[in-house]
Design a protein. Structure first.
Length: 124
């Protein structure tokens, strides 16, 4: 029998790499940037740990840097999953939002790929 978490992992299109990056984001051009940390990233998106949950379908503008701070990665994402604080009761579950990358330029996606590859390699 397949474990529930294993089934969820098998449905994902891209492998997720655990990584804590400071993410700056905003939902509206008039909003100030918010800053929270990611818990993981893949070529398709990331999970941002936050109690300031927005509804699924919300568009979000993201900015973050490589660990060395040299290259800015930025683009548009969409909230595709939410975990409310009351739902995050297990030690490995966090409140936050799953963000799907919607519109990132080629250079930003190459930098995301570097982050994913580096963190997956260090996990082995």
């Amino acid at each position: 029998m397949t474990e529930p978490n294993q089934e969820k992992d098998e449905r994902r299109r891209y492998p997720r790499a655990p990584v804590s990056l400071l993410i700056q984001y905003r939902f509206d051009t008039l909003d100030d940037f918010l800053a929270e940390y990611s818990t993981d990233i893949s070529m398709g998106g990331m999970f941002i740990r936050t109690d300031d949950i927005r509804e699924e379908g919300s568009l979000v503008y993201l900015q973050f840097y490589l660990r060395d701070g040299a290259k800015l990665i930025e683009g548009l994402g969409r909230v595709v999953r939410v975990v409310h604080p009351e739902e995050a009761e297990s030690p490995n579950s966090f409140p936050g939002m799953g963000i799907e990358f919607v519109n990132f330029d080629d250079e930003s996606m190459q930098l995301v790929e570097q982050i994913v590859d580096r963190n997956l390699a260090s996990k082995d």
